[in-house]
Design a protein around this ligand. Structure first.
Ligand code: GLP
Length: 233
């Protein structure tokens, strides 16, 4: 694992952007993308840039079950608002949270990932160490799957919803095995509320109790942290 400590979210997002720009120069053509507040400034850097994504495929990590692309709380909507409305990609995949057959959608998503091996995967991290929506105790070998969100994740994500009861209880998430197949993984974390998760990820045992700790086994993982998120390292 390479740990890059930066002053703040702005400089960390700039750093992540530079790694993506370098990757594209070196022929990366599939980007794994994440949602949440963590990557927002990275997407702003991508939007401001003159990089051309029209030959790039993007594959998102996850989506809430029950929210469609027009729902402002869906991850589909988030991606349109923050990136896709400004930058044209060749293809952009986000799990369909309103598929009539969720199991078929999960299979279909695994096929998409198999057909488009991810060159660079962007990750945030949950306060409990989750990546994508792979909550603690998720087996490391799982591929795309249906997830029951933990109470702590529901509470952490309630800030984006008018009412805590509106937060979906389930999601579709790319699995840890799929994430680990990405050639390069860039995990970003900002703020003191991520410090413990970052400590467990970097210094803790490799354990399903902290899903992100598996990144210790990845041949090319870059962790970009601001001072507050790095405070326990
Ligand atoms: C959600 C997403 C994750 C994200 C996490 C952290 O649970 N599924 O992909 O990393 O939240 O969110 P934030 O970046 O807002 O702290």
């Amino acid at each position: 694992m390479e740990i890059i400590k930066v002053k703040d979210q702005q400089s960390g997002s700039q750093k992540a952007f530079e790694l993506i720009a370098q990757g594209l120069q070196n022929n990366a053509h599939v980007l794994g993308l994440a949602t949440g507040s963590t990557p927002i400034k990275l997407y702003q850097e991508m939007v401001k840039s003159n990089l051309d994504f029209s030959q790039i495929t993007s594959i998102n990590l996850d989506e809430y079950i029950g929210l469609d692309a027009d729902n402002p709380q869906s991850y589909h909507y988030f991606m349109n608002q923050n990136l896709f409305q400004f930058k044209k990609f060749k293809n952009s995949y986000v799990p369909n949270g309103v598929a009539s057959d969720i199991d078929a959608e999960i299979k279909n998503y695994d096929q998409i990932i198999a057909d488009n091996p991810i060159d660079i995967q962007i990750l945030g991290i949950g306060q409990n160490g989750h990546i994508g929506f792979n909550e603690p105790k998720t087996p490391f070998d799982c591929t795309t799957h249906r997830v029951q969100l933990t109470q702590s994740t529901i509470e952490a994500n309630a800030r984006f919803f008018a009412d805590k009861n509106d937060v979906p209880k389930e999601a579709i998430s790319m699995g840890i095995a799929s994430i680990m197949k990405s050639k390069h993984i860039i995990l970003m974390a900002w703020g003191a509320n991520k410090a413990e998760a970052i400590y467990q990820t970097v210094k803790g045992p490799i354990s399903e109790d902290c899903p992100a700790s598996i990144l210790q086994n990845h041949p090319h993982a870059t962790i970009i942290v601001d001072e507050a998120a790095a405070s326990k390292l």
